[in-house]
Design a protein around this ligand. Sequence first.
Ligand code: GDP
Length: 296
Amino acid sequence: MATTLTDRLSHLVKTMRGQARITETNVQDMLREVRMALLEADVALPVVRDFIARVKEKALGQEVVGSLNPGQVLVSVVHKELAATMGEGISDINLAAQPPAIILMAGLQGAGKTTTTAKLAKHLIEKRKKKVLTVSADVYRPAAIEQLKTVTKQAGAEWFPSEPNQKPKDIALAALDWARRHYFDVLLVDTAGRLAIDEALMAEIRELHATLNPVETLFVVDAMQGQDAINTAKAFKEALPLTGIVLTKLDGDSRGGAALSVRQITGAPIKFAGVSEKIDGLEVFDAERHAGRVLG
Ligand code: GDP
């Protein structure tokens, strides 16, 4: 079985020996393999189509320079375009706001919001030397509030209590007031998720956003979500002005094609990757490296 895109293309490359340019037929044949690789990585179909169209434009007429063979030229075009689509450079958390800088966490239940909230708290404490408060506005699952309390402690941050009988908006305002009066630099607000998109949930998180005016609204999405990621991303983008994405569970065995789908649908930068269940399992997202993984 072909393992890398280069392997996949090797049989096509043999037929191109001695050619100085990649012809349209060569490109078509190769793009078929690229398309397969992306679909296997669970990139959503419309996103694959768009991507292939862009690569085709760039690949046609590329000179086959030096010792590189046409296959390598195309792999390099694909890799570059993929990395560029998923975002270039490093974009850390924006804290440019009157303290406390508010970060709103959004995403489906199980995506990893609560875990990521604590991981981010730890990141901001250690890397940015910030005083961090967390609060849960998930009034539907008392266990979620307790879970945030536990992981916040592990992160070395402070946790603001909330109760299932409170309104999410009131919780947010109380936490904000506390954060202001106790000179916190950052307030991380964990929110409720559902198993699927739900209008009431979206209305609630929109209200939280309007109340808090966060400097960052992060969409937390499970890299294993595959094709479904596109619908989730669409719904959250329509509901909220997303400022960044956290792609979780990249330690799983998915090829992480969701990164491409989610980035293209939301237009927001992928800021972090979750790479373990542990509190220190958060990495700044590296688009170059991730492009290699998606292509296999
Ligand atoms: P929430 O419902 O969105 O708040 O999701 P949770 O934070 O409760 O996470 C759901 C599950 O995914 C938990 O078992 C977490 O330990 C796990 N999880 C979250 N992020 C990661 C990650 O990056 N890697 C792995 N392996 N597991 C993760």
